[in-house]
Ligand binder design. Structure first.
Ligand SMILES: Nc1ncnc2c1ncn2[C@@H]1O[C@H](COP(=O)(O)OP(=O)(O)OP(=O)(O)O)[C@@H](O)[C@H]1O
Ligand SMILES: [Mg+2]
Length: 410
């Protein structure tokens, strides 16, 4: 069918033509916004899930919902080894700019921007003083204030900064939401500081929330930083789509183009995608391009599947695999072999069920001492390719990754 009208959108953070199966999360968020705006106690939200399940897309949708209620919003994508100061300053700058037109006292906004600038420019305690070319100008044309959010201790500074930002939102009668994607990549001190700030804000009923998204071990990262984090955040596991939602993700956009699927075509599509949103989009896109006419049949899906798989092998799996060193690849291959064996022993017949694997077994399979493999494991966790959900085990963050590796030549 006409590729120009192809509605599907495989790709990181690509807005899907139909956001299927996330009604519950959107409803929960609406309640959170309403409660926070009314000064009711509310926990910050954290979305967790595997790669490609739609965390970024959902985060962006929640942000739109907040904007729709005239909230100020800003977004950060955390990166390993990057300080939170500048991205946080930029996100809050944006959020407060959205509120400024509704504010009756422009000098209150300027006061806040002065604090924001001081926060952004403050180097960490004991850190090297910034070199000239590193001196970053946050594009704020008020003078930096002295004595607030500029101690150099990220925890103290963040508590003060977010508190002041919340006050600006309270003046306007709305709220502020800061969205943090890839939250597991924040450094330990920053996670700790962020927890402290959220704790403070929720105690004072301040209208500011943090909405995070990250890999499945994010709750463990947060509770390692602050033991009270479990009570601070509401965790929402973002999972693959069930059959009804996956069908809707395919059929609703097609319907708008007056294209239909035969039931059997949807059966095969679900079998292939496993309901993982990225795969739903990838198989949907290839199938559309190959199908000669509506309704789309199961034969069309089967003809198109190899092309979808080839694209996934490059764009979804390969791009990640390439980030690993030879030693790390060896580690993951051993994991892939063991996770297949593990899946079979629990009676799961489909080899796409990558189960968590004990690290001791990986060492045994590779004939190595467990300690000698720790650097590879830690590097893979840092690169976001694997995670450790339960102590002493690891699993792939990328769905179907084991299956992909088992088809790759060593
Ligand atoms: N609810 C949904 N319905 C249909 N398609 C979706 C849905 N959510 C996400 N998608 C599609 O899935 C793909 C992946 O989405 P997204 O990039 O948000 O995943 P992610 O969880 O952030 O992945 P990563 O961990 O790699 O960042 C995109 O192509 C998007 O269009
Ligand atoms: Mg993402």
């Amino acid at each position: 069918m006409d590729p120009v009208r192809n509605p599907y959108a495989p790709g990181a953070g690509q807005r899907p033509p139909e956001l299927a199966g996330r009604g519950r999360e959107l409803d929960v968020f609406d309640v959170v916004l309403e409660r926070v705006a009314r000064g009711r106690p509310e926990r910050s939200l954290v979305l967790t899930g595997l790669r490609g399940v739609g965390k970024t897309v959902l985060l962006n949708t929640l942000r739109s919902a907040a904007i729709g209620r005239l909230w100020g919003t800003g977004k950060i994508e955390a990166r390993p080894d990057q300080s939170l100061r500048r991205p946080m300053a930029a996100a809050l700058h944006m959020a407060v700019r959205e509120l400024a037109p509704h504010h009756r006292a422009p000098d209150r906004i300027d006061d806040f921007l002065g604090v924001l600038k001081a926060f952004a420019q403050r180097a960490p305690i004991g850190g090297k003083s910034p070199r000239l070319r590193d001196r970053w100008q946050p594009g704020i044309d008020v003078a930096a204030t002295v004595g607030r959010a500029d101690s150099g201790d990220i925890e103290i500074d963040l508590v003060e900064l977010l508190g002041d930002a919340a006050d600006v939102a309270a003046d306007v009668g709305t709220g502020l939401a800061v969205f943090i994607d890839e939250m597991q990549d924040l450094g330990p001190e920053e996670v700790s500081a962020l927890c402290a700030a959220c704790h403070e804000l929720s105690q004072s009923g301040a209208p500011l929330i943090v909405v995070g998204a990250g890999l499945p071990h994010l709750p463990a990262v947060l509770s390692a930083a602050k033991s009270y984090s479990e009570r601070l955040f509401r965790y929402q596991r973002i999972d693959r789509l069930d059959r009804v939602a996956a069908d809707q993700a395919l059929c609703a956009p097609a319907g708008r183009e007056e294209v239909e699927y035969e039931q059997k075509a949807l059966d095969v599509l679900y079998e292939k995608s496993g309901g993982y949103p990225y795969f739903v989009q990838a198989y949907g896109k290839a199938t559309w391009d190959h199908a000669p006419r509506s309704p789309i049949t199961d034969a069309d899906v089967r003809v198109a599947a190899p092309e979808a798989e080839a694209e996934l092998a490059v764009g979804f799996f390969g791009s990640r695999f390439e980030r690993a060193t030879p030693a790390e690849r060896e580690y993951m291959r051993a994991m892939a072999g063991l996770s297949l064996a593990g899946a079979e022993s629990t009676g799961q017949t489909r080899d796409d069920m990558d189960v968590a694997v004990p690290t001791a077994e990986i060492a045994r399979a590779l004939g190595r001492k467990p300690a000698s493999l720790s650097p590879a494991r830690d590097a893979l966790i840092k690169k976001g390719l694997i995670y450790s959900g339960e102590r002493g085990t690891v699993a792939f963050t990328v769905p179907h990754f084991g299956r992909y590796l088992r088809t790759q030549p060593a």
